[in-house]
Design a protein around this ligand. Sequence first.
Ligand SMILES: [Zn+2]
Length: 465
Amino acid sequence: MTETPQSHPLLAELRESVQSGLPSAISDLGRLVRIPSVSWDGFDPAHVAASANEVRALLEALGVFDSVVVSTAPIDAERTGQPAVLATRAARNGKPTILLYAHHDVQPPGQDADWESSPFEPTVRGDRLYGRGAADDKAGVMAHVAAIRAFVDVVGTDFDLGLVAFIEGEEEFGSRSFANFIVQHREDLAADVIVVADSDNWDTETPSLTVGLRGNVTFKLTVSTLEHASHSGMFGGAAPDAMLAMIRLLASLHAEDGSVAVAGLTSRDATTPDYSEERLTEEAALLDGVRPIGHGPVLSRLWDQPAITITGIDAPSVVNASNTLVPSVTVKVSARIAPGQTADDAYRALESHLTAHAPFGAHVEISDVDRGNPFLVDTTGWAVAEAKDAMHQAWGRAAVETGIGGSIPFISDLVTVFPEAQILITGVEDPDSRAHSPNESLHLGVFHRAILTEAVLLAKLEGRE
Ligand SMILES: [Zn+2]
C-alpha cells in the first residue's frame, strides 16, 4: 500500500483550471485529428506540414515560449525528415528544465469500412473520442498544451521553470531523422527531465509510469547442407536436407515449455503486477485449448525475459514443392532482449548458440543484423518520485510501474545524446485505445487526469529548490 500523497498547495486551483479548460482541449484535439498527418511514404506530406503548423500555433498561443519553430533534419544525404515543432523557454534562477515530447504524425487509417465513424472525423461516443491520432499521439500533444495552459492560468507567465516542447513529425515512420534532429538542436533540447507522453496506462482508473522497455535483435539466418538440390527418392534418408537441419536448429532455441533456451541470454529479476494467464489468453486471442508458453509471472515473461520468434521463412512454397532435398533455407529471427543486457551481448549469445547447435555439420550464415538496446528508467531519480506523486494526486490512485514488451527505438537516441536527463515515459492511452488499429480512441477521463498530472508536475518542478 502506498500512502496518499500530500496535496500540492495548488492542486485545487489546477484541478479547477484543468476542468474548465477541458472542452477547449477536446475541441483543439479534434482540430488536430481532422488533419490526416500520415508520415509514411506515399501519403501527402502537405498534411504533416499542416499539422506541424497547427501545433506551432497552439504552442505560440500559450505565450510562454521564447521561440517556437517548425524545423526538419536530414535522414541521410538525399532525404529530409518530416517537420517537427520545437518550442523553448530558458530556465531562470537555477530552476530545472523540463522537455515535453509527443508526436503529431499518425499511422495510416487502413480501410474506412473498418471504422465505425470516419477516421479523420473526431467523434465522441460514450466516454471516448474516436479518430486516428485521437490517442496516439495527438492527445499527447494536447495533454502538454492543456497542462501548460492550466499551469499558466494558476501561476501566471512569470515563472522560472525551463520549458521545452518537442513535437515530432515522423514517429510512426521510424523516427528516421530523430537522431540527426536532436544532435542539430542539442542546445535547445537540453533538459533535466524529459517527459515522453507516448505510452499507456494500466487501465482507465489507474495511471502507469513505463519504466522498462525490452530491446531487440533481428537477423536473417541461412542454413545450408547441400551444394545443389537432389532427388529426395534417390538420396533422402542419407543426405541431410537444409529444412531438416533448420527445423532442428530452431527447435534448440526453446525449452519444452516454450521458454528461451539460449545460454547467455539473461532475464531481469523484478516483481511485476498480477496479470493472469486467463487475461493473456483473452487479450492475445489464444485459440481454444492453446496454452501460454514460458514460465514465471506472465508480465515477467513479457517485460523481463527474452523471447525469440521466427517471423518469416524463405523456402520452396507448397505449390512449387517438388520431390527434392532442399539445399538451403533462410528464416528471419526476431529476438526481444530483457532490460539489463545490451543488444550486442545478446546477439553474441544467439550467434554462438546457432553456430554450436547446427546439426549434421550444416553451414550457418547470419546476415542483416539489426540491434536496439533495452532501456530501464533509473527509478531512483527525483523526477520519477515527483511524477508518481503527481499521478497519485491527479488520479487518486498510486501509479503502477510497467514495462513494455516492445521498444521505443528513439529513447536510446535520447539517452545517448542526453545521458544526464531523467526520462519519464507517460501517456494518454489505456488498454482499449487500439492505437494503430481501426476505431482508435481516447478515454476522456484518462485525458483529463493526464493533463492534471502534468500540470501538477510542472507546479512541483517550478517549486523545486
Ligand atoms: Zn505514438
